[in-house]
Structures are given as C-alpha cells and as structure tokens.
Ligand binder design. Structure first.
Ligand code: NAD
Length: 455
C-alpha cells in the first residue's frame, strides 16, 4: 500500500466511524449551521472564529442566528462535542477543516479574497499529512487551486498526496423552513480523485446527498452559476413588472398563471432589489474571473446594473405618486420635503436578521435624499447596529407597529415581507400603502379605497 492511499484509507475509516474531528473556520450564517450539522452527524466539532463576542455567545448557547434554536446550540455545547474558540491552534487537531469565511466585494466591486487568504494562512503552519481541507466560501472558479492551494503547500506538503483539498459550495438559504443545511444536496469538487472521494465520503454522511464534480473550479462555478441565474431572472421580472404595468397588466397575476406550466418556466417575483451576502456578490465574482481569463459576461453585468437601480427607481416612483396626490406643487429637487414615510422591513429578505447589502437601506437613503423623513419598522432590528455599509443610519430605532404610529405617516412602504408582521393593521390604518411584495393580494387582505399601490 502506498503512502497516499494509507492517508486516504485512514481518514475514510475515521469518517465512517465518526472518529474524524471536524473544524469549521468562520461561524457565521453558513459556518455555524454547518458545524451543528457535523455535530448532529456524530463528529466532534470545533468552530474557530475571529470574533470574541460570537465565540462567547455560542459557548453560552445564545440565539446567535434568529432561525437557529438556542437549545440546539446549548445541547451541542453541553455535550462537550461542539465548541467555539478564537484560537486557530485548534486546527492542528482537526482531521477535516471546512472554511466558511466571508467573500465580500472591494469598494471597486471586485472579489475581496482577504478572508479566504487569511484563513488559509492560519491553516498552513498547522497542516499535517492526512488532513482534508474544504473551502465552502463562494469564490471565483480557480480560487481553491490557484490561491488556497499554494498557501497550503508552502510548507512542503502536496495536495492530493500528503493532504487533501477541494471545494464544496455552501447553499444555505437563511430563513428557509423547507430546506436546511442537512437537507440540501452538496456539490463536491476536487482536482484529484483521492480528495474528491474523501470529500464525497464526508458530506454523504452529514447531508442528504453529495454530488461529485470533476474539479474544484467546476464546484466553484456551480455556486456562481446558481446565483447568477437568480440575478438575471430577478432583473428580468423587475423589468417585466414596469413594462406590464404600463400595459395595464399585473405582473404577479401573469407569473402565477405562467407558473402553472409544468415545464420550462420557473417563477421569480418582483421586489425592491437584491441583497444579502450572496446573490449580489456571486455574479461579480463570475464577471471578474471571466474578464481575468479574457472572456466577458455582458448579460450578467447588465442584470447587476439593472438590479442596482431598483431602489432608486422605487424612490422616484414613490415621490411621483406622493407629489401627484399633494395639494401644492413640490420642489423638484426635494419632492418629498415634509413627507413622512414608514418602511416596513429593512432586512435584505424575509425573516432574517441580516441587512447586508439590503435594498431597503438603499431605498431609505434615496427617499431621504428626496427630502422625506423616513422611519422603519422591523422586528429583527430594534436598533440599527454600528458599523456596516450604512454608518449614517447606525442607532436608528424601529418604530412600534400600532394604529397610531401607522396613521402618522403619509405613506407606508412594504419592503421586506416578514411573516410575523400584522398587515391587517397596516391595511386598516395607513393613509397610503406602497407594496413591493404583493403581500395584500397574496394574503387576501383588502385595502379600502385607492390606498394601495403595487410598485
Ligand atoms: N449567508 C448566506 O446566506 C450564504 C449562503 C451561501 C453561501 N454563503 C457564502 O458563505 C461564506 C460565508 O458567509 P456567511 O454569510 O456565513 O458570513 P458571515 O459574515 O455571517 O460569517 C463569517 C464569519 O467568519 C469569521 N471570520 C472571518 N475571517 C476569519 C478567520 N480568518 N478565521 C476565523 N473566522 C473568521 C467572521 O468573524 C464571521 O463570524 C461567504 O463566502 C458567503 O458568500 C453565504
């Protein structure tokens, strides 16, 4: 038996018996559910995160993510088989290391791979023969091979021979009640057969199924293609909304009817634009890499541009409708001066406590630029945190949702349709409602008079 296969067989066996120790680097929206999933499958699991606050809260079994039950975290921590630490020395003991660090964009909207490089630099000095390293962060095709691999191999160990390396895209969908980390199939890719087989062995026991592909770059591309598909279709449906409205046709009704076709059509719905750490970011990674290799993605770039423009278009639409209803002519540069507007939902999507790249916050700023006084209501954000992409908004507080508060505003705009919101109260008391999510028609809540505008 040669040396390569003895490492592989040993880890394969340790995966089968659950004796392999797992480490997850980065305990965010992706890493923490993944660490819990590995623990649930019977693996002793250590999470490493730079944030002392996050580590402390996990070790205290607190609710760090709204849709993750704190009991699930505390049970795992109390068992002694799941722990969180800031100390990357813990990586030396792990047999399997999963990297789930952020992959944001630079101010120039290019891939920011600093966190991935830093995580690989943390692992490199502790890398030992027989370990398996899997990158899960969304990256450009080729990053595992061209960026992570050289950092890990700098100490002399070779990927696919001394240690194993591959990529498996994270498909976590925060707030999705139907699918969780365990039930979403995992695409797994590596550049050599030993690594690929080990990654498939590992994920096959922690998630419902593993889908092997021929290389790390292929697996990386899968993630970017999935998100670019969404980006392009969201841009398309928002364009259709405007064009069909001009024809006197309701886009929502069209989509519901079109979705009855049992093949060849997948419904996407209009909204206030795209947000989160994934959908707006992945297409930029794909586009950047395409340019890097001498190709181009003009359709994807157009969709990105179109999506970026949605909040401004909505602000202009709200201003046009409100000024059309006003008694006096308004200042064209500050058409919303003196108008108070309440935005419902500022998270980037329903039922999550995440405002990263949220179109609601862009819209809030756009409306204020047009002169409006804007408040928000969001049960997930009693207060807007310091830091982040909108420092000017830090410290603002969610207004309570009562009949009295709702009546106070010239208009209420539904931006993020959290499921616990009392839309009946809004329907009864708001002077005017702008609905970007079709919540009233969908839920059958009627709004009397001409107080509802679907935008
Ligand atoms: N959030 C999602 O819905 C989602 C879905 C699919 C894929 N992804 C991808 O998964 C990756 C992680 O996203 P996320 O939403 O979990 O990010 P996040 O910001 O919620 O969490 C990342 C965590 O990594 C920690 N971290 C950063 N550098 C570190 C290092 N060197 N060592 C240890 N910890 C470190 C941070 O402190 C943070 O807690 C990204 O590439 C993202 O694009 C996210």
């Amino acid at each position: 038996m040669n040396c390569e296969s003895s490492h592989q067989l040993s880890l394969k066996q340790r995966i089968a018996t659950r004796d392999a120790r797992v480490a997850v680097v980065g305990l965010g929206y992706v890493g923490l559910p993944l660490a819990l999933t590995a623990y649930d499958a019977g693996f002793d699991t250590t999470g490493v995160d730079l944030s002392p606050e996050r580590v402390k809260r996990i070790m205290q079994g607190e609710q760090v993510i709204s849709y993750l039950a704190p009991e699930r975290i505390s049970r795992a921590v109390d068992s002694g088989h799941l722990r969180a630490t800031q100390d990357s020395a813990a990586l030396a003991d792990a047999d399997i290391i999963l990297i789930c660090v952020p992959t944001p964009l630079t101010p120039e909207q290019n891939p920011d791979m600093r966190f991935v490089s830093a995580a690989a630099e943390d692992i490199a000095p502790q890398l030992r023969p027989g370990q398996l390293v899997v990158l899960e962060s969304s990256v450009w095709p080729g990053a595992t091979t061209n960026l992570v691999r050289p950092i890990l191999e700098a100490g002399g160990l070779r990927a696919g021979i001394d240690f194993f390396l591959g990529f498996s895209p994270e498909r976590e969908d925060p707030g999705n009640d139907t699918f969780d980390t365990h039930s979403i199939p995992k695409v797994v890719g590596a550049d050599d057969p030993l690594s690929r087989q080990l990654i498939e062995d590992f994920y096959s026991v922690i998630v419902t199924s593993a889908v092997p592909v021929s290389s790390a770059a292929t697996a990386e591309a899968v993630k970017l293609v999935e998100n670019s598909f969404r980006t392009v279709n969201i841009a398309l449906v928002n364009e259709l909304k405007i064009a069909l409205e001009a024809m006197g046709v309701d886009v929502w009704e069209v989509i519901e009817a079109a979705a009855t076709k049992p093949f060849g059509f997948m419904p996407f719905y209009p909204g206030p634009g795209i947000g989160g750490a994934c959908i707006p970011v992945s297409p930029a990674y794909l586009s950047w890499r395409a340019t890097d290799v001498g190709s181009a993605t003009p359709l994807i770039d157009l969709a990105r541009h179109s999506n970026d423009g949605v909040p401004a278009a909505l602000a202009a639409r709200i201003a046009a409708d409100l000024t059309a209803r006003a008694d006096e002519a308004s200042d064209p540069t500050q058409p919303l001066a003196g108008q108070q507007i309440l935005l419902m939902g500022i998270a980037y999507k329903r039922d999550v406590e995440d405002t990263r790249r949220s179109p609601a916050l862009v819209l809030l700023e756009q409306l204020e630029n047009l002169g409006a006084e804007v408040a928000y209501h969001d049960p997930f954000f009693p207060r807007l945190p310091e830091g982040g992409e909108f420092p000017r908004l830090a410290g603002r507080e969610s207004v309570p949702l009562t009949a009295d508060t709702v009546k106070r505003y010239a208009a209420v705009a539904i931006i993020t349709d959290h499921s616990a919101t009392d839309y009946g109260l809004v329907a009864s008391h708001a002077a005017l409602i702008f609905d970007t999510r079709n919540v009233f028609d969908k839920s059958g809540i009627t709004v009397d008079g001409d107080r509802l505008i679907k935008i």
